[in-house]
Write a protein that binds this ligand. Structure first.
Ligand SMILES: Cc1cc2nc3c(=O)[nH]c(=O)nc-3n(C[C@H](O)[C@H](O)[C@H](O)COP(=O)(O)O)c2cc1C
Length: 226
């Protein structure tokens, strides 16, 4: 399986990427999969100009001559694309959103109605085999609404989607929190193995991965230093 990992954290020691790394260890224990990790923050990716030049003359590429065309080439030949990023203002960080916006060369202007009533642009080629996994960490404790906008956006944008949204992820880089962080990271490794088998995760697995490491009130108290 060809796996493209889009690491959207701008940090060297990303809380979110710690989970993704363990997931990859479980997914690829014997190194049989070809995994490419792109640290998006290190790439030159300008915002989309909205010129639609891609639809008029570029055949699956973007008129802007920067690193995005290389990402598009990796994307279209992947079996699995993992979007790994921290939640920023209830969505994805802007540099990663630029990557998402600029996947527009992969579709045509032509619109098609899906069976569920949604209207989408027709894909340039059959990308239905590409699976998408979103792993997003965030700084708030678990509360209804924090991930809602992101979940909706990903549902509209990606086919074959599996999403894991994890609260309290700054705990993963606090040595004193290892007692609760390590079991979560182990669970991510198991989830990677599960994904390699089934190309999805069971609702039970997702629920376990999304369960807060510590209760909300305790987390807020620790963050606030009291
Ligand atoms: C600009 C910015 C916006 C953020 N917005 C949110 C948010 O909407 N909800 C949330 O729970 N955490 C938010 N956070 C916290 C990050 O999601 C959190 O610190 C995360 O663990 C960082 O992950 P990383 O180490 O992988 O980059 C925000 C952080 C930054 C810097």
């Amino acid at each position: 399986m060809r796996v493209l990992v889009l690491n959207g954290s701008p940090k060297k020691r990303s809380d979110t990427f710690r989970m993704t790394e363990r997931f990859l260890q479980g997914l690829n224990p014997a190194g049989e999969h070809a995994i490419t990790v792109v640290n998006v923050i290190e790439k030159q990716i300008a915002p989309c100009r909205g010129c639609f030049g891609c639809w008029q003359q570029m055949e699956g590429h973007c008129l802007i001559d920067d690193d995005q065309n290389g990402i598009l080439d990796l994307y279209r030949t992947s079996d699995l694309v993992i979007w790994s990023f921290p939640l920023y203002c209830y969505g994805m960080p802007s540099h990663l959103k630029a990557v998402l916006d600029r996947t527009i060369p992969l579709v045509k202007m032509k619109m098609v109605q899906q069976d569920d009533g949604r209207v989408q642009h027709e894909a340039l080629a059959d990308f239905s085999k590409i699976h998408t996994l979103v792993i997003s960490g965030c700084g708030f404790p678990d509360w209804e609404g924090n991930f809602d906008a992101l979940r909706m956006q990903c549902k509209q944008c990606f086919g074959n989607l599996t999403m894991v949204c994890v609260p309290e992820t700054p705990m993963l880089n606090v040595p004193q929190a290892a007692v609760v962080a390590d079991p979560l990271l182990s669970r991510f490794e198991q989830a990677g193995a599960e994904y390699a088998q089934s190309l999805t995760l069971s609702p039970e697995t997702i629920q376990e991965l999304e369960t807060p490491m510590i209760p909300r009130e305790m987390y807020i108290r620790i963050v606030n230093g009291n």
